[in-house]
Design a protein around this ligand. Structure first.
Ligand SMILES: Cc1cc2nc3c(=O)[nH]c(=O)nc-3n(C[C@H](O)[C@H](O)[C@H](O)COP(=O)(O)OP(=O)(O)OC[C@H]3O[C@@H](n4cnc5c(N)ncnc54)[C@H](O)[C@@H]3O)c2cc1C
Length: 406
């Protein structure tokens, strides 16, 4: 049990944004010879690389390979990691209330991410699976393997949501079904559907990319149900547009829940995210930064809110680290500016889509290979990178992880 502590800089959440902020801050502190301490708080004792979780769920990557223990990050630094759940932030008092006590700070970087939005759909939270955390991905994987051992007829997987996450998840499970599962469980037919409320998949992408996604998924045997709204989820079925269809596994990929209001008074939040200026500082508290999915801000002279993607979270983390040091040294720095380098999407193994900022679309094996390479670069830790490369390489010569330890 930790007693109340005092720290110079506290980082709340060690996901993509918080991890990048820690690395950037610790590097800049060292460079500037500043004797300040960072306290990193997360409810899990590991960093999770969320964009790889659908591969954990399908057995392509060992669960621990998509995570990095946070003690490794603070090891041999003057900084500390504390495992705790953040309960409330009091920016007017410079205090964070956690499950292990109060933390008072000079600077605070909020990076607690987002949750899953079930849009109050009846039964969805209770009966759906999701891939938002490492535990979610492990639970889904174990449940599917366990079901395969007890059923030799048909298993239906309904992926709710035809956005980025839904398409990646559907592609990954369809590939898993068409390859490993087809060989090992030849008597079991696996049906993968995508349930999409609108008449488009990944509506943010150009029509050319959408058409490629649809044709690739169809080629893989995935059925996309357009204009289909899920109104209820039960243990073995779902209701779509008033019609009940079988569903052994409903994987909810339909929305992001903003969670700032869970931690702070509504008066400090906007759209349940934290409103920031062009320097990622909270609009009311300059010593409070918000980064990653929790942030509500936009580039200077722009009104489009920063996207809730890993690429934005990482660059905001790096910037917040640099800005905090400038604030300590009373120096100025140019405003934060986010420009995406492009969208990368895998659809199963061996096929990917890249949409470049100018709208140019690249698809096929090479696009998939680029995506894999980029994610390896993004994944923190040399050892983890190596382990993931080994997982992927071994999958070429054998089967994925299919151990039923449920
Ligand atoms: C399945 C899936 C696939 C995705 N694929 C891509 C992709 O291909 N490319 C891409 O760019 N983006 C992708 N995204 C989006 C991307 O993962 C997020 O935008 C990114 O993780 C946001 O970073 P973050 O640091 O804000 O949040 P996270 O990475 O989610 O980190 C939040 C951290 O805060 C901690 N935390 C939360 N609440 C508390 C609390 N109360 N107390 C203590 N700790 C807490 C969590 O444990 C976690 O470590 C995907 C998302 C999902 C769900």
């Amino acid at each position: 049990m930790t007693n109340d502590i005092k720290t110079d800089i506290v980082i709340l959440g060690a996901g993509i944004a918080g991890y990048a902020a820690f690395k950037s801050l610790s590097k800049e502190l060292k460079k500037n010879n500043l004797k300040k301490t960072i306290t990193l708080i997360d409810q899990n004792n590991y960093f999770t690389f969320v964009p790889l979780l659908h591969e954990v769920a399908s057995g392509s990557i060992e669960p621990s390979h998509a995570a990095v223990p946070l003690k490794e990050l603070t090891y041999s630094t003057p900084h500390q990691y504390i495992k705790a759940t953040i309960e409330k932030i009091f920016p007017e008092k410079n205090i964070v209330q956690t499950t292990v006590g109060k933390i008072s700070y000079d600077y605070c970087v909020v990076a607690i991410g987002s949750g899953v939005n079930y849009f109050n759909t009846k039964g969805a939270k209770t009966f759906s699976y999701c891939v938002r955390t490492l535990q979610d991905a492990i639970h889904l994987h174990r449940s599917i393997i366990s079901k395969l051992e007890s059923c030799d007829k048909e298993i239906t997987i309904n992926v709710v949501g035809g956005g980025y996450t839904g398409i990646e998840v559907a592609g990954q499970f369809s590939y898993f079904a068409n390859h490993d599962l087809k060989k090992l469980y030849p008597n079991t037919k696996i049906v993968v559907n995508v349930i999409q409320a609108s008449d488009k998949v990944v509506p943010q992408l150009p029509a050319k990319a959408q058409n490629k996604i649809i044709s690739q998924l169809e080629k893989m045997g995935v059925k996309i149900l357009f204009n289909s709204k899920v109104s209820e989820v039960q243990e073995k079925e779902i209701t779509i547009n008033g019609k009940i269809i079988p569903s052994d596994f409903t994987i909810w990929c339909a929305g992001v829940e903003n969670i700032a209001g869970h931690m702070m008074d509504a008066s400090f939040c906007e759209r349940d995210r934290l409103p920031v200026d062009n320097f990622l500082q909270h609009k009311s508290y300059q010593n409070l930064y918000a980064i990653g999915d929790i942030v509500c801000g936009s580039n200077q002279n722009d009104t489009i809110i920063y996207p809730q993607i890993g690429e934005a979270a990482e660059s905001q983390g790096i910037y917040a680290g640099k800005h905090t040091i400038c604030a300590i040294l009373k120096k100025t720095i140019a405003p934060f500016y986010f420009k995406s380098k492009g969208t990368l999407m895998p659809i199963g193994d061996n096929y990917g889509i890249i949409v470049f900022p100018n709208g140019w679309v690249l698809s096929g094996f090479f696009a998939w290979w680029i995506r894999r390479t980029v994610y390896i670069v993004f994944m923190p830790g040399k050892l983890r990178k190596f382990k993931i490369i080994v997982d992927w390489t071994l999958n070429l010569f054998g089967f994925r992880n299919m151990v039923d330890i449920s």
